[in-house]
Ligand binder design. Structure first.
Ligand SMILES: [Ca+2]
Length: 491
């Protein structure tokens, strides 16, 4: 008799768990590659993005969302672990945080551990930057695969977490020709952007990946500051916008297969891209254009709104956890090796329109191999990093400081400074005028500097940087380990 009662309790308990799991909505995370907010609803008058605009009308969208580093792998890994590049010790393409930093739980992994079925679709580089194409392409294939997954999963009771990566508008701009026709080049006018006066050399990214492309090589642009000719700049802008319309179309097609009554849809990008601002191109910097990303969160039952608070991509993990009511994630303590914790903040109060106290600050960083631009300034490998640029975006200002960095123990030295930048976003949203030497801005400069120091004070806390001798095993991994994280790998 007792056995029967126990069995009954077990069955009831199991049914309850299944019901709970069933009530959870599905999640689709769509990540574009290198997309700044060139989206109609984000106020870009040139962008033709009807599908994204339609979803944004039904969603919460963040106008001031920032990536933690303007480079694919560090940004994605930071977002997926909800920890900053300084915690993961991951600033390049070649290091693996599980080896260096800790065996942290990732966003999809957490959902998998909590009853979700996880699946990822990620799409791949050619010799030219401008290239038109017909027929099938990696992003089209990704869309088809994602739709196949949705169709196959339609009648399953288990909720799913589907991650879809679109490769565009990452270079090369190899996309169907019809999207170029949406944007006559004359729309973009002459490229009149210039390298700003008073900006330290260390801040400059020489966009070597673009220079390496065959069609750009022929232009023979002097390294590192020679400008891309205006007409070619217009072609790049045209191709970038065309690529955005291309993924907008794929996005719309994919979304038509999604049950929005029971699915949370998140659309974001890993970082932004310079389109000639400051005379620069591509990502690889601490400027607003390289760090600002679109972030759209559609969730059934959440009232659509535009949110102007400053938020970060590390916030996404705890937000999704809270949105589907999984056990919440604790904040990480300093240098925490805990497998599961967050360095971000759940955006749920903002999504619900609650007047929560919000920090309104975004921290990011970028490494350099030296103070003067050189061939590897855009993507220095970890052992070559000598300088780290830390930046904070507050409501009115962006402040950046570049200092000595020691890759062997990941420490920074606040006594060796290579440059500082201060931009007043109330009057200069393009970040054209560095105000760091202006006496009237001294107070805010020191305030923001101490904020950064509090956030990134590893080196300061150590005093003189200590050089740890690596074991042969560590050294081998340090120099040669090539992980499978060029694209995020989901469990
Ligand atoms: Ca990217």
């Amino acid at each position: 008799m007792t056995t029967h009662i126990i069995k009954l309790i077990v069955i009831l308990f199991t049914v309850r768990i299944v019901l709970c799991v069933n009530q959870r909505p599905n999640i689709i995370l769509i990540l574009a590659d290198d997309l700044r907010p060139t989206i109609g609803k984000y106020g870009d008058q040139l962008a033709f993005t009807p599908n994204l605009d339609r979803l944004i009308e039904r969603s919460c969208y963040f106008t001031k969302a920032y990536s933690q580093q303007a480079l694919c792998a560090p940004s994605r890994n930071s977002m997926l672990t909800s920890r900053r590049p300084d915690t993961l010790h991951l600033y390049d393409f070649y290091s693996y945080w599980r080896t260096f930093a800790g065996n942290f739980t990732t966003l999809p992994q957490y959902f998998k551990e909590n009853g979700y079925y996880t699946y990822s679709v990620v799409g791949a580089n050619q010799r030219f930057i401008l290239q038109r194409s017909e027929g099938t392409l990696p992003d089209i294939e990704s869309k088809v695969e994602a739709k196949n997954f949705l169709a196959a999963f339609k009648n399953r009771s288990q909720p799913f977490f589907l991650a879809v990566g679109f490769h565009k508008p990452h270079i090369p701009f190899r996309i169907p020709d019809k999207y170029f026709k949406l944007y006559p080049q004359t729309k973009f006018g002459n490229s009149t952007n210039w390298r700003q006066y008073g900006v330290p050399d260390v801040a400059w990214n020489p966009y070597t990946d673009i220079r390496k492309r065959h069609d750009v090589k022929q232009l023979d642009i002097p390294f590192p500051y020679g400008p891309i000719p205006s007409a070619f700049g217009m072609s790049i802008k045209q191709a970038y916008y065309a690529s955005v319309s291309y993924i907008d179309n794929l996005f719309g097609n994919l979304l038509s297969a999604v049950d929005l009554n029971n699915t949370i849809v998140v659309f974001a990008s890993d970082h932004g891209w310079s389109l000639g601002e400051h005379g620069e191109w591509a990502k690889y910097s601490n400027f607003e254009v390289a760090l600002r990303v679109p972030l759209v969160v559609y969730a059934p039952g959440i009232t659509p709104r535009r949110i102007d608070n400053i938020v970060e991509l590390v916030d996404l993990f705890p937000t999704l956890v809270d949105l589907v009511n999984l056990p919440p994630i604790a904040k990480c303590k300093r240098f925490s090796k805990k497998k599961l914790c967050t360095e971000g903040n759940s955006l749920l109060p903002l999504l619900k329109g609650l007047s929560a106290r919000w920090p309104d600050q975004a921290f990011s960083q970028y490494p350099r191999p030296g103070p003067i631009p050189r061939k590897n300034s855009d993507k220095p490998r970890l052992p070559k990093i000598r300088i780290m640029g830390y930046t904070v975006r507050k409501t009115d200002f962006r402040y950046t400081i570049w200092m000595r960095f020691y890759p062997r123990n990941f420490s920074s030295d606040w006594s060796q400074i290579f440059g500082e930048e201060l931009y007043d976003h109330r009057f200069d949203s393009a970040e054209n005028e560095n105000l760091v030497d202006r006496r009237e801005f001294k107070r805010i400069r020191l305030e923001l500097r101490s904020l950064l120091k509090k956030q990134f004070s590893f080196g300061a806390s150590l005093g003189r940087p200590q050089r740890k001798k690596l074991s042969w095993r560590e050294a081998l991994l340090y120099e040669a380990y090539r992980p499978q994280i060029l694209q995020p790998s989901y469990p």
